[in-house]
Design a protein around this ligand. Structure first.
Ligand code: NAP
Length: 518
């Protein structure tokens, strides 16, 4: 299908309209062909936010949790109906392989469907109980109870370029179910998928419940006010700018940050080469380096292996990564597409060079011959595997190279020292540890958990059904401390907290219970 150069429409104040000027030109990163123009210049962004607060907020708050869940279910159904079209758009605008594109689109659909199911279980209530009643006096009648109610504002969802669909779905599911209207601000480079997604779901929602703008001037966050939520996903550099906004500093606007992370995979010294746990480790690491061309916040960037297995792991990883077929995702047999833009390619190549100052290059770093595109075209990078020469070099633990690049380290024998090395990442989204030794697994969990939002334990017992560390499940928390942003998304009902006010109620137990039961 040949795409016509199009102008992405913005949905603000219940009306679809085009911005003025040319804005950003969105490209196909394999061919560098221009695909669309994105801009919201000249549109009334503040009025759009006000409409969402007033109309969308009121409409959502009038609904029960079960009713809001039906809306999420209808959104998931719409995405399913447009699945093939969305996958193709993600391949064209994001440089995704078909399987990478499915990961994004199905991730959005699955997350919305999961929250639709949770909502059905909550029933016809408009107040969400947080725990049971607590007796406050000597007699049981005087009680206290915590409840969640929707915040009276708008949730601005600012997303990163790498997951235009899932990034929308995971934030939208929690915000809408909590009862907040959403305004989406997708990343410019891959905005086609996000805009099309909103186009296909908008009319199942009440007017004002969902809006979208390609605000290239980055004005939207500064237009937020008391009661609003700013839910951000992107780099820690941009997060720092948002944290300094006067409205955020004064705490009028609640900020949730999902930022970057140098995720680690650890192989336990008990693991035998060739066994099920070893194979699970290898296949997870290979997938997490290659999938989405390494443009995943949860991708494995650092690999820690015991001295006795270092050579074996090195050879196995090189063997499996060497033959990854890079090229235009529409070409037969391609396993890894380009990165999303010329700027990302420059950043990945430059980052790999900086890592290589302290590491031996085992594979990649430069030189790639993409399949299906003329030489010199497209934003392609090679899979790059490095081996640390100096495990204490700060750059190896601190520089997130957002591409298919990872560094191999020899683990110290002492578990505390290993944990200290991993912790030099400064807070991460996910760490995976592969071991069948229960005592070691426990020790690692206690050491690693304070530094990560999620710890994945790979072992022989679950090898056949394991979900890799890079897949974010709606059941479990997503986020992490430190440079990962300190945010908490998803995790079932926990994900609603950002968009809700938790309030303590005090009074007659029967009255409190009646309010909670609706
Ligand atoms: P980014 O440059 O920080 O941009 C993220 C979003 O913020 C985009 O929508 C961008 O819009 C917007 N933005 C940039 N500067 C802004 C400003 N001054 N004011 C308001 N908005 C601004 O990040 P990215 O390059 O898109 O994404 C890659 C990064 O995101 C990586 O570091 C990755 O680790 C992280 N990430 C984290 C998660 C997670 O869940 N923790 C998930 C995915 C990605 P424009 O595109 O229009 O500039």
């Amino acid at each position: 299908m040949q795409l016509r150069m199009q102008r992405l429409r913005n949905l603000l104040a219940g009306t679809w309209s085009e911005g003025q000027g040319d804005g950003a030109t969105l490209l196909n990163p394999s061919t560098e062909e221009p695909l669309a123009l994105a801009t919201s210049d000249g549109l009334e962004l503040a009025a759009g936010l006000a409409f969402a607060r007033r109309e969308g907020g009121a409409a959502l708050r009038a609904l029960t949790f079960a009713d809001r869940g039906k809306l999420l279910g209808a959104m998931a159904k719409r995405i399913h109906e447009h699945r093939d079209e969305l996958i193709e758009l993600a391949m064209r605008n994001g440089g995704n392989t078909r399987s990478d594109a499915k990961f994004d689109i199905d991730g959005a659909m699955g997350t919305l469907a999961h929250y639709a199911e949770i909502a059905a279980g909550l029933g016809d209530v408009r107040v969400l109980a947080d725990g049971d009643s607590i007796q406050l006096g000597r007699a049981p009648r005087l009680a206290g109870r915590h409840v969640f109610v929707p915040r009276r504002g708008v949730a601005l969802l600012v997303n990163a370029f790498n997951f235009p669909a899932w990034g929308f779905g995971e934030k939208a599911a929690c915000a809408l179910l909590a009862g907040m209207p959403i305004v989406c601000k997708p990343a410019a480079s891959t905005a086609i998928v996000a805009h099309r997604l909103v186009e296909v779901v908008a009319d199942v929602l009440p007017p004002g419940a969902v809006s979208i703008a390609s605000d290239l001037a980055h004005e939207l966050p500064s237009l937020l006010q008391y009661g609003d939520v700013l839910s951000f996903t992107g780099s820690s550099r941009t997060a720092s700018l948002l944290r300094a906004l006067p409205s955020v500093v004064s705490s009028a606007v609640r900020l949730g940050v999902e930022a970057d992370s140098l995720n680690s995979a650890i192989l336990g010294p008990d693991v035998e080469q060739g066994g099920e746990t070893y194979e699970l480790f290898l296949s997870d690491v290979v997938r997490e380096i290659r999938q989405k061309t390494g443009q995943k916040c949860t991708a494995v960037r650092r690999v820690f292996v015991p001295a006795a297995l270092r050579e074996r792991v090195r050879d196995d990883l090189v063997e499996r990564l060497r033959d990854v077929v890079v090229g235009d995702p529409f070409a037969e047999g391609v396993q890894m597409g380009p990165v999303v833009s010329a700027a990302q390619r420059a950043s990945v190549l430059e980052g790999a060079c900086r890592l290589a100052e302290h590491a031996t290059v085992l594979l990649g770093q430069s030189g790639v011959s993409p399949l299906g595109v003329p030489a010199g075209q497209g934003f392609f990078v090679p899979v790059t595997l490095l081996e640390a020469k100096d495990a204490s070099a700060a750059v190896l633990h601190e520089l997130e190279v957002f591409g298919p690049v990872a560094t191999l380290f020899e683990s110290p024998d002492d578990t505390d020292e290993l944990v200290d090395l991993v912790a030099r990442g400064g807070g991460g989204l996910v760490c995976s540890a592969y071991t069948d030794d229960r005592a070691l697994a426990t020790e690692l969990v206690l050491g690693l958990a304070p530094h990560h939002g999620r710890v994945v334990l790979g072992s022989q017992k679950i090898a056949g059904q394991a979900v890799g560390p890079g897949a974010v499940m709606p059941h479990l928390l997503h986020g992490g401390p430190g440079r990962a942003g300190g945010g908490e998304e998803l995790g079932g009902l926990r994900g609603l907290a950002l968009y809700s006010q938790r309030t303590a109620l005090q009074g007659d137990r029967a009255l409190l219970d009646a309010i909670v039961k609706g």
